[in-house]
Design a protein around this ligand. Sequence first.
Ligand SMILES: [Zn+2]
Length: 346
Amino acid sequence: MRLTRDEMRGKAQTVLGLVDPAELGPTLMHEHLIWDITHPAKRDPASRGGPSPGQYWDLLNSHVADIRNTTQRDRAMASRATAEMVEAGGKTVVELTIGGLVPDPEGLAQVARETGAHIVMGCGHYVHDYQDPANHDRTVDSFAQEMIDQVQQGAWGTGVRAGIVGEIGCQWPWTDLEKRVLAGAVVAQQETGAALTIHPARHEDHPWMLVEFLRAHGADMSRTIIDHIDRTIFDDDRLFRLADAGVILEWDLFGQENTYYAHSDIDMPNDGMRLRTIRRVIERGHLDQVVISHDICHTIQFSEFGGHGYAHIQRKVLPHMRKRGYSEAEIDAIMVGNPRRLLTFI
Ligand SMILES: [Zn+2]
């Protein structure tokens, strides 16, 4: 059954159906609960369970590859991890496991039923290297229609509908295939009234290239989120220019403080540094453009394997924000107000 735009307008859409956005509460805007970020050439469909014991630091810092760290297919484990967030005061998780990362819509629905959390699912396709080769010749229209259907009808062969478009993946250099998917995602944003969330390439100039692309395609900048600011932008000139363009800025790697991130030369900030940067953005008048999350996508990050877990922002970051002089109104905007506005279909 296809929902019409009129039926969706003014509501948010979780994996269990439409809800009043006022029910969403504190929201993590970018997470994964059930995923496979193992490179497609190295996947083992039988792999499940947690990572090897005794290798926490090596796994955390990408020094060793272990598909049990990069593959998480266990619904019960996802439920336990989500329940912790609810217990700590969180309410909604935006789950952005999409094409290329092996989404499990029915699994998310099960987690939502078991935990009482609202789960809003993404749609579309992740970066080029993870996409099905069958995508390589597809057109913008084909991608657009697929995402519209995923929002209005159901995704990945199920009746579970997406509540946001993305995280649309981009790698460096940005590929033609990724541009076609993103152009289709903009059409899906325009046609459905959903927000759009984008995983930028690991290059400090790529977010601005996205802004130019989005403008040229007529995207609604106020409903477009640039993800992973923490690992992408390291200077205020680029950051403020992006803020002035009107896009939403997402610091979604809270709890990840490792120097040896993803084999890259990126100096990952710690949470305190993130909060200082966000403070500067707020002082400049951009409070309504800030959202945060953990982007958990390694099992080593689950609390049951010694990681920070999905309750980290509730348990650690929010108290730290208060200590650092953030007001309750600011915290409420970042955790509740901004996510609610973005997740409400227009
Ligand atoms: Zn992600």
